[in-house]
Design a protein around this ligand. Structure first.
Ligand code: DGL
Length: 366
């Protein structure tokens, strides 16, 4: 009797399934199947304009950064659910100019820990544009993972007309979930472009196409598809000798900006504040005014490293021993790194070595 009733019920279930609820079952199965296939991406939110809010839709440049929480950012882009299984963590909620070295270390440790998890395929960091280039380069140097790690920002707050943050974030999650983005180093995805975290910097601070790499972008994202054109040649991530798992703090490195009429005052004050290295942000080929050379040589003699970089806009390139006898002065050149990136690399390198020849090798390889 029991088996007969069961058979009847199963048949009736089968018929109702066939009669239309099958669509629901199919939808459920395909949703589950889809979800099972979607990459798992974690969004680490730090603040910035992408989390900003302005009073009016016409406020594209007047707004408060670091207001919108990560869950609201995610909820505001329903299309994310078709691209990846996404979850968010609010690591900080600050304007990026206020990030400190200890914040960079904490963020990198979180990225490193997540990258080791089997249930994480890629990581996105939402960030302010002001120092996104520094954070992206730092992660590129110290996170030993070939999983896609993508820094994303926006030039306009989500409350503004023609805001850029939502598409930037959708693209960033898509790239972070892409197998073809593995092993390419930390990436910065904005304005449909995929740039290397090493090369990219904020070149114009009032336009949507703000970020530029002097040697060109690595690729583009168009309607959710990645198109790659080049790879980063410098050492990064799994090929880096630096690992955040062995770094708990960063030595103090300061930047002194030089133009015409340069004086030695700032360099001396920064050295007295405890800087282990000074980044000379010079014009042209990282040029040093004749009146500043004696102070830099004196500070080098006191054990402070002197690193010549260039603040030219579209991409500096400081050649060793070209206009300054770097060998004789025991100075280091920052190669093509701008001053803010030179500060990041010097801070990381000094966790491992104080030797100026080793520092120069590191500046040429990273
Ligand atoms: N205060 C700037 C920052 O958080 C806002 C600029 C932006 O995020 O685009 O970097």
């Amino acid at each position: 009797m029991f088996s007969h009733a069961l058979a009847l019920r199963t048949n009736s279930l089968r018929r109702s399934l066939l009669r239309g609820t099958a669509l629901t079952a199919l939808a459920l199965c395909s949703a589950a199947a889809l979800a099972a296939d979607l990459p798992k991406v974690v969004i680490l939110a730090t603040g910035g304009t992408i989390a900003g809010a302005g009073a009016e839709a016409t406020n594209s440049a007047t707004y408060q950064a670091a207001k919108v929480p990560v869950d609201k950012l995610i909820a505001g882009i329903p299309q994310l659910g078709k691209v990846a299984e996404v979850r968010g963590e609010q690591v900080f909620q600050v304007a990026s100019e206020s990030l400190r070295n200890e914040n960079l270390v904490a963020l990198a440790k979180r990225v490193s820990a997540l990258s080791k998890q089997k249930d994480v395929d890629g990581i996105v960091i939402t960030h302010g544009t002001d120092t996104a280039e520094e954070t992206a380069y730092f992660l590129n140097l110290v996170v030993a993972s070939d999983k896609p790690i993508v820094v994303v920002a926006s030039m306009r707050p989500g409350t503004a007309m023609s805001a850029d943050g939502q598409l930037n974030l959708l693209n960033a999650v898509g790239v972070a979930g892409s197998s073809d983005a593995r092993g390419k180093g930390v990436l910065v995805v904005m304005n449909d472009e995929i740039n290397s975290g090493r090369d990219v910097s904020k070149a114009v601070n009032i336009r949507v196409d703000a970020f530029r790499s002097p040697w060109g972008a690595l690729g583009m994202v168009v309607e959710g598809r990645n198109y790659w054109f080049r790879r980063l040649d410098k050492r990064h991530t799994v090929n880096s000798e630096f690992n955040i798992d062995q770094i708990d703090s960063l030595p103090l490195v300061e930047i002194a900006y030089a133009a015409g009429n340069a004086n030695p005052t700032a360099y001396r004050a920064l050295a007295q504040s405890g800087a282990k290295a000074l980044i000379h942000a010079g014009p042209g080929n990282g040029s040093v005014a004749a009146g500043v050379v004696p102070t830099l040589r004196e500070l080098r003699g006191q054990g402070v490293h002197i690193i010549r970089s260039s603040h030219v806009n579209a991409g500096g390139f400081v050649l060793r021993n070209a206009e300054q006898p770097d060998d004789q002065y025991d100075w280091v050149v920052a190669h093509d790194l701008n001053p803010q990136k030179a500060r990041i690399l010097a801070s990381v390198a000094l966790t491992k070595t104080q030797d100026s020849k080793e520092l120069q090798r590191i500046f040429m390889q990273y």
